[in-house]
Structures are given as structure tokens and as C-alpha cells.
Design a protein around this ligand. Structure first.
Ligand code: GLA
Length: 727
């Protein structure tokens, strides 16, 4: 049993294989958080302490007991109005315009299987793999309920949390803040690890101590954003890759979000994660409810690498869906950096022919194939194939590409519209524009109001009519600007529009996934601007960054690896000098870095020398050889590319029988000291043979003394070693 209710102690305990999460219904009906950490038995309510805390007030029920204060007790779902002055998980404006919510326990239910969320992405699991807990809380005065949901996947050391607010009262209310996850920790000193960035340089690792005063990250952009990723790690000060306690909170949501972390006056830490409060004021009429997206939680007592491995496994196998979730993805060539908007059907075919000769398996026609889209000034919204530009129908182009032995994929950006488009001319009110104001443009485009069903329906029909023209086997779903000027002509309140927009996006994606179960969808938002667990429910891979520079990619992929599996990381070999940085790197280095993801190419293959073409042929063979290990192996970060001279990582098979180690020298010096990379993850006390040299090494020496990175002339050399356990 993963979930246990102890009637005597009134505790609800959630066990996974290595972790335990416990809460208690206290004497007044408040739901207190007791514990989350290493697997533990018994009741942890000894952690609660009661002292007279001066200005921390007491609920009326406590009578003259000044030692009972919600301002000091750890809680599951803190709200305003109970005397807790820390950051709440929920703020509700009641019918009478007051802001108090006094949620008390009503009942609970334990079920086999993992709950699902209507219209929202969520972790899924069979009845034998998971259990769910629903705890109903209610504010007796307003009749408003908070229904807390917990999903427990014991084998994965994962617990999920969501919450539904139900307006059980007689008047209208507004939900102004909703964070499905709150972690209150009574002791300890923690660090807040977050992943910040910008377009073309996403998910940089940052670690800072959680102190007094809130550390807050989030996105006000209507999408999860390049600037902060909707996943955080809370780690003990001393936690390293290999040792120490740490928690992950990964939001399964692709809209604006926020996460706050801070110590309270008694040095207790609270971390919350949920929907961005900005422009959020969700109205609920009597009987209506609002379901929040879920947060994936995991705890590791053995450092960050195990935490990442837990998340990778859960996201890869219980969040990603469809035919491709476990399959090695086809090696693709994407037309974007090969020719941008400047192509014809013939030039695409020339690229495809070359790709086929090199062993590439799929051709992706990127932006520029529809409407009058010859630049980013126009055309978005007009999802009609530009047959004049292609010189043939889409059907014919696809069958010629299929005839070369390649699958065919296509780029779309359904959420957007250019003012210079037939769609905008016909339906200007379908774009987010505030009446009387001029909208903010970004990349010359506006955002379609996907909170409106008719807009989603229309674009969906347009896209389907394109996809139905031929044998499309891959879609790149792009989204190239942040939302602004939020105004929906048909909404009863503008405070719901951003949330409903994301629900509209999910509705579209769900319909697409159901109608085309054989199509592989890759998410994208100017690269990795919407790289989140929500999107991964629909798109098992996401274009990691518009930055294809091999060196920058080592850092971007490093940050990404803390939360997301390698199978989700879109990664391509592009031209040198690189189009984003101007940096030159060898084809070998670019190939090595791109292999740590879903491998592909994005350059004009016709410009390559014969030697380079041969190298690509063997690169693809190499990738194929290791692809299953790369995709499903346990991931180890062997260095920190932000501070080390070398970027190195390893994929180790779950049975420890083999490991692929990849390394790139990031800094080059004269008379350079040797860098030794300690290879983790190998089975203790075993010997491993390195495939290229045949030399046998002891796993103890490889992990303790390390493996020397050769010193060679020239910048940014890359290396790859395959270690196989001796029988
Ligand atoms: C975005 C994507 C690129 C490419 C262009 C096309 O920037 O991230 O990969 O598809 O759009 O306009």
C-alpha cells in the first residue's frame, strides 16, 4: 500500500520505494504537513512544536492557547485568513469581497491508479503502478472547497500534487492565486536551484541559498518561457551530484507560472509552485470549479544525479505518450538553417536527396511553405500550401521525398497570426489586442486568442486539411513570441483568459495527438521557450534551443538535464561557423554534442566536402549504435560546464553493463594541465573494456582516480568512449 490512513494519529502517509510524505489532520481540522524525505515509518508529528509566538496569532478554536499558531505550523495548502502570514498557496476573493479562506478537513479517499485531469496534461500510471489520494477541505463559511489530489508512483519515487477549487457557495467568487504544490519544511538550510535564461541561451543552472525574504522565479509571458523554467530543485546546502537530500518540483504546465522560496521568521522554509498570479483572477459561479495543473515532486537522499534520473524515468515513461515515447527517433534534416525562407520545391528535394545518401531518415520542411510567407513579416494564419513556391502540390512533394526513402515532416505555428494575412484581415478580433490600444508586436506577429473555442476549431481544421494532403510523419509545433495585450472579446472576465489560452492549446494538441497517433510532434518556442513537462505530454521531444553552437549547447543541455530526459532534447548538427555565435567547431564536436539528444542535422548538406559527407555517414552509424543507450540510459553529469575546463557526461545502462562517455574541452591553454573525469555509474568491483582501444579498466579506478582527457592542439575537441563490462 502506497497510501496509508492511520485513524488514531489521523495521519495520511504516502510511501514510495525510497521516500515518505506525511500529513496530519489536526485537532481543529487543519491539514498540517509533517514530513517529506527519506523513507520513514511511524508518525512524524513530533516535528511540530508549540510556543507562544507573540505576534503570530491564534485561530479562535485555540481558545486561550497562545502556542497554537498557523503562522508557525507547516501546512499542506496554506490560504489567507487563518493567521498564516507567509506566502499562501491560494487566494480567493469571496462573494462578499473578503479574502479569507479557512479550509478544514472534510473527508478523504484512497484509490488505486493515478488520477487524470480533465483537459490538462498529467502523469499517468496503471492501477498496479500507482495510488491516488483525494483530500477534501472546506471553508464552512463560504462553502468553497479545495480538493487536494496526490498521485503516488512508488517505483519512480514520484509524488504528484494538484488541487481543484469548487465553488460550493451561493455567490460568485474569484480565484486570484493557485499553487498546487506547497512544501513546508520545519528545519534545515536549503538552496534554491533554478534554470534561468534568454532566447538562444536557455536553462542556465543557478544555485542560491534560501534565506529570509522570498526568492521568486516565474513567467508573466503566458508561456513557460526562455527566462525561467517551470521546474526548481530545493537541495540541502551540502548536496552534490552524488550525495545529500534534494527535492524537485516540476510544473506540468506550459503557461505563466511562479515559484517562491523563503525562510520564515522561525527559519522554516516554504516553497510553492503554481500558476502566475499576474493577470490571474479566475471567476467561479456557484457550482463551478477550477482544476489546477499538477506538480511532479521527487525526493532523492543520494544527490542530484539520482533526483534527475527519477524525473527522467517518470517523464519519459509516464508523461510522454504515443508511438515514439520509447522509440529511437528518426535522424532528421531540418531545412531552417539550410535555407531559411529561401527555398523552392526543387531546392528542398536537392537537400533531401543529399540527406538520403548520407543515411538521414526524415526530411523536415520548416517555416516558409504556406500563404505568402517569404519572410517573418507575413503569412502566419494562412495555412494554405504555397504550391507556386513549391512548384507542386504538398502531396507530390511528400511522395517524392518518401520515394527517396525519407519520412516527411512539416513546421507549423498555429497560435500566431501576422497582420499581413488573410486570416487577420477577416478576423482581426481573433488576435490579442486591447480595444483602443495598439498591440505589442514581436517578430512582427500577434497571438491568436486560443481561449476562444471557435478560434481553436478554425485553426485546427486548417492544419488538419494540410496534414491530410499527404503522408506527414512529423510536426514541429512552434510558438515564437510571448503573449501580451490580453483581451478576449467573448470572455466574462479577462482574468481567466491566460489560463483558458493554455487550456485551448492543450485541447488543440490533444485532438491532434488522437487524430494522428502516428505523427511524431516536436515542440518548439523560438527553441526552448516552452520546454516544460506540460508540453512533453503531447510532444515527446522539444527543440532545445535556437542556439545550435556546440559549446553553448553543452551548457544548455547541462541545465536541461537536471529535469528533462535526453529523449526529449531536440539537438542538431549545424554549420560552422555557427549561425548564432560565429564560432567554428569541428563536425566531430558538433556531432558529439548533438548525439546527447534526439539527433539530427540542420545545414545545407550540398555545401559539404566529400570528407565531411563521409564523416556524417559514420556519425549516423555511430549514433544508431548508441541511440537506445543514450535515450534510455541513466544520465550522469560528470562535470559542470559553467566552471570546469571540460564538459562531460555519461549514459549508463540500467544494468550497468555498458556506459557511453562523451566529453568536450571547453577551454584550451598552452601547456595545459590534464583533466581527469571521474566516471560514475559503473558497477563497483568490475572491469570495463573501452571499445576503441580494447584496454580494460577497473571501475574503482575510473570512478576514483578518473579518466584523463587527452591534450590536443585546437579548440573544443570532443571525445567519446564506450565502456563495456567484462563478463
Ligand atoms: C523559430 C524556431 C526555429 C525555426 C524558426 C522558423 O525561431 O525555433 O527553429 O523553426 O522559428 O521561423
Amino acid at each position: 500500500m502506497a497510501i496509508i490512513y492511520d485513524e488514531q494519529q489521523r495521519t495520511l502517509t504516502l510511501h514510495t520505494k525510497n521516500t515518505t510524505y506525511q500529513m496530519q489532520i489536526d485537532k481543529f481540522g487543519f491539514l498540517l504537513h509533517l514530513y517529506y524525505g527519506k523513507r520513514a515509518e511511524g508518525c512524524m508529528d513530533y516535528l511540530l512544536t508549540y510556543y507562544d509566538r507573540g505576534f503570530s496569532g491564534n485561530p479562535y478554536d485555540a481558545g486561550r492557547d497562545k502556542t497554537y499558531s498557523m503562522d508557525a505550523l507547516p501546512q499542506e495548502f496554506p490560504s489567507l485568513g487563518t493567521g498564516d502570514y507567509r506566502s499562501p498557496a491560494c487566494i480567493i476573493k469571496n462573494t462578499d469581497s473578503t479574502y479569507s479562506s479557512d479550509f478544514r478537513y472534510v473527508d478523504h479517499e484512497i484509490r488505486d491508479g493515478k488520477y487524470a485531469l480533465q483537459g490538462l496534461p498529467a502523469v499517468y500510471a496503471g492501477d498496479e503502478e500507482a495510488q491516488s489520494l483525494e483530500v477534501k477541505l472546506e471553508d464552512k463559511v463560504t462553502g468553497v472547497q479545495a480538493v487536494l489530489l496526490y498521485g503516488v508512483l512508488p517505483e519512480y519515487d514520484v509524488i504528484t500534487r494538484s488541487v481543484k477549487i469548487v465553488n460550493g457557495g451561493a455567490g460568485n467568487i474569484t480565484v486570484e492565486k493557485l499553487c498546487p504544490a506547497c512544501l513546508d519544511m520545519t528545519g534545515g538550510n536549503y538552496d534554491f536551484i533554478t534554470f534561468y535564461g534568454r532566447h538562444a541561451m536557455e536553462r542556465n543552472y543557478q544555485r542560491m541559498p534560501i534565506g529570509h525574504g522570498l526568492s521568486k522565479i516565474g513567467s508573466l509571458r503566458g508561456s513557460s518561457s526562455h527566462q525561467y523554467n517551470p521546474a526548481v530543485i530545493v537541495a540541502d546546502h551540502g548536496t552534490t551530484e552524488e550525495a545529500g537530500g534534494c527535492y524537485a518540483l516540476s510544473f506540468v504546465y506550459s503557461g505563466g507560472f511562479q515559484s517562491e522560496a523563503g525562510k520564515d521568521q522561525y527559519n522554516q522554509t516554504r516553497v510553492v509552485m503554481g500558476i502566475s498570479e499576474e493577470q490571474f483572477a479566475y471567476p467561479l459561479k456557484p457550482g463551478e470549479s477550477l482544476q489546477a495543473p499538477e506538480v511532479i515532486l521527487s525526493y532523492s537522499a543520494a544527490g542530484l544525479e539520482l533526483l534527475s534520473q527519477n524525473l527522467h524515468r517518470c517523464i519519459r515513461t509516464h508523461l510522454c505518450r504515443g508511438k515514439y515515447k520509447e522509440a529511437v527517433r528518426p535522424v532528421l534534416i531540418n531545412s531552417w538553417e539550410a535555407s531559411y525562407f529561401d527555398f523552392t520545391g526543387e531546392s528542398l528535394l536537392k537537400l533531401a536527396e543529399q540527406a538520403a545518401q548520407l543515411g538521414i531518415e526524415m526530411f523536415v520542411m520548416d517555416d516558409g511553405w504556406f500563404g505568402n510567407r517569404d519572410s517573418d513579416l507575413r503569412g502566419l494564419g494562412d495555412w494554405k500550401v504555397n504550391e507556386k513556391k513549391l512548384g507542386c502540390s504538398l502531396k507530390e512533394l511528400i511522395s517524392r521525398i518518401n520515394g527517396l526513402g525519407l519520412k516527411f515532416g512539416i513546421w507549423i505555428e498555429p497560435e500566431m497570426v501576422n497582420e499581413d494575412s488573410d486570416l487577420y484581415r477577416a478576423h482581426p478580433d481573433w488576435a490579442f489586442v486591447i480595444p483602443g490600444r495598439r498591440p505589442n508586436r514581436s517578430r512582427h506577429q500577434l497571438v491568436l486568442d486560443f481561449s476562444r473555442r471557435e478560434v481553436v476549431d478554425y485553426i485546427y481544421a486548417q492544419i488538419c486539411s494540410v496534414l491530410d494532403q499527404g503522408n506527414v510523419e512529423y510536426i514541429k509545433w512552434d510558438m515564437n513570441r510571448s503573449l501580451a495585450d490580453i483581451y478576449s472579446a467573448t470572455a466574462d472576465s479577462q482574468g481567466r483568459v491566460l489560463y483558458d489560452y493554455t487550456l485551448g492549446l492543450y485541447d488543440f494538441l490533444e485532438r491532434l495527438v488522437k487524430r494522428y497517433p502516428n505523427i511524431l510532434i516536436e515542440g518548439c518556442s523560438g527553441g526552448g521557450g516552452r520546454f516544460d513537462a506540460g508540453m512533453l505530454y503531447y510532444t515527446p521531444q522539444i527543440w532545445c534551443s535556437d542556439n545550435t553552437d556546440a559549446l553553448d549547447r553543452v551548457e544548455i543541455q547541462y541545465g536541461t538535464s537536471f529535469i528533462y530526459p535526453v529523449s526529449s532534447v531536440g539537438s542538431h548538427v549545424s554549420a560552422s561557423p555557427n549561425h548564432q555565435t560565429g564560432r567554428c567547431t569541428s563536425l566531430h564536436t558538433r556531432g558529439t554534442v548533438a548525439m546527447a539528444g534526439t539527433f539530427g542535422y540542420e545545414l545545407d548538406l550540398n555545401q559539404l566536402t566529400d570528407a565531411e559527407k563521409n564523416e556524417i555517414r559514420s556519425q549516423i552509424k555511430d549514433y544508431k549504435k548508441y541511440a537506445a543507450l543514450i535515450q534510455r540510459g541513466l544520465y550522469y553529469r560528470l562535470t559542470c560546464p559553467q566552471t570546469d575546463d571540460v564538459g562531460a557526461w555519461a549514459f549508463v545502462s540500467e544494468d550497468r553493463s555498458e556506459a557511453l562517455v562523451q566529453a568536450v574541452t571547453l577551454k584550451q591553454h598552452a601547456n595545459m594541465p590534464v583533466n581527469y573525469i571521474r566516471i560514475r555509474g559503473l558497477e563497483e568491483g568490475c572491469m570495463y573494456r573501452e571499445a576503441s582501444t580494447g584496454r580494460v579498466y577497473s571501475s574503482a579506478a575510473l570512478s576514483d582516480a578518473g579518466f584523463p582527457i587527452p591534450i590536443a592542439m585546437g579548440e573544443h575537441q570532443a571525445y567519446q568512449w564506450h565502456f563495456v563490462k567484462e563478463k
